[in-house]
Design a protein around this ligand. Structure first.
Ligand SMILES: *Cc1c(COP(=O)(O)O)cnc(C)c1O
Length: 252
């Protein structure tokens, strides 16, 4: 077994253990392997280890890598036949407005709807392609100015902030090209992963609030947890974890 395959196996075990601690079914947690900065060969190694969901945080990188990976899978070089249609590409990073069109063209799923404007643009391009794009709303729960996302620090007390978000959500839910499936967040970098727990619990509480406010809409997903904190995120209800370094090694 190569390193990537071993790491994928270990991450799956750790997800299973965290799910068990929380009394959850580990099959509820989708593992998205984050391939930013990684070469096509590393993506193929992860594919051969059973990964079908991949994440990139820059549209430009995806525009190059996704067709390159798909052509390898289509040629059968992966020894697994031509099933590149089974691969789902997730856009997990901030999308500049001028990159909305290639984002829709190359990606299957977007985690990073962080403002109204990008929601409108992605919806328009998805409609032009006759598609509905599944998306998540990125929420900045920790209040760090370096993070993108709807500003939701302290939303439980701050009703003005909560209401501004609810108005944005209502507008986004009405867009014909998007299928809003849940929420995404990034926890702050901390020494002890345990410190991230309030952020993940806060995102779950926000999803529950949205379920009450928009009861006819299906609020399914919580995308939260990265290499350093995914076990805490799974304990707090993550349905998608986005893992780079724990699978591919430190960033190159
Ligand atoms: C890079 C990245 C990840 C994965 O981070 P690791 O610490 O390498 O697991 C997850 N989410 C986003 C938005 C990222 O940019």
């Amino acid at each position: 077994m190569n390193n990537v395959a071993r790491n994928v196996e270990r991450v799956r075990e750790r997800i299973g253990e965290a799910a068990a601690r929380a009394g959850r079914d580990p099959d509820e947690v989708l593992l998205v392997a984050v391939t930013k900065t990684q070469p096509v060969a590393a993506v193929i190694a992860a594919y051969e280890a059973g990964i079908r969901h991949f994440g990139e945080n820059r549209v430009e990188e995806g525009e190059e890598k996704i067709p390159a990976v798909n052509s390898v899978l289509r040629s059968g070089d992966s020894h697994l036949g031509s099933d590149c249609h089974l691969v789902i590409w997730h856009m997990i990073g901030h999308i500049q407005s001028r990159k909305a069109q290639p984002a829709v063209a190359h990606f299957d799923y977007v985690h990073s709807i962080d403002r109204l404007k990008i929601a409108h643009r992605l919806s328009n391009f998805a409609c032009q392609l006759g598609r509905t794009l599944p998306v998540l709303l990125e929420c900045n729960i920790s209040g760090e100015s370096t993070k993108f996302g709807f500003d939701l620090m302290g939303w439980e007390q701050d009703t003005a902030r909560r209401d501004a978000f609810l108005a944005a959500v209502e507008e986004i839910l009405a867009l014909p090209g998007l299928d809003v499936q849940g929420l995404m967040t990034m926890a702050p970098l901390v020494d002890d992963a345990e410190e991230t727990r309030p952020v993940f619990a806060g995102l779950r509480a926000l999803l529950e609030m949205l379920r009450e406010r928009f009861p006819t809409h299906e609020w399914r997903h919580l995308s939260m947890g990265m290499s350093d904190d995914f076990e805490v995120a799974v304990e707090e209800g993550a349905t998608m974890v986005r893992i780079g370094r724990a699978i591919f090694g430190e960033l190159r």
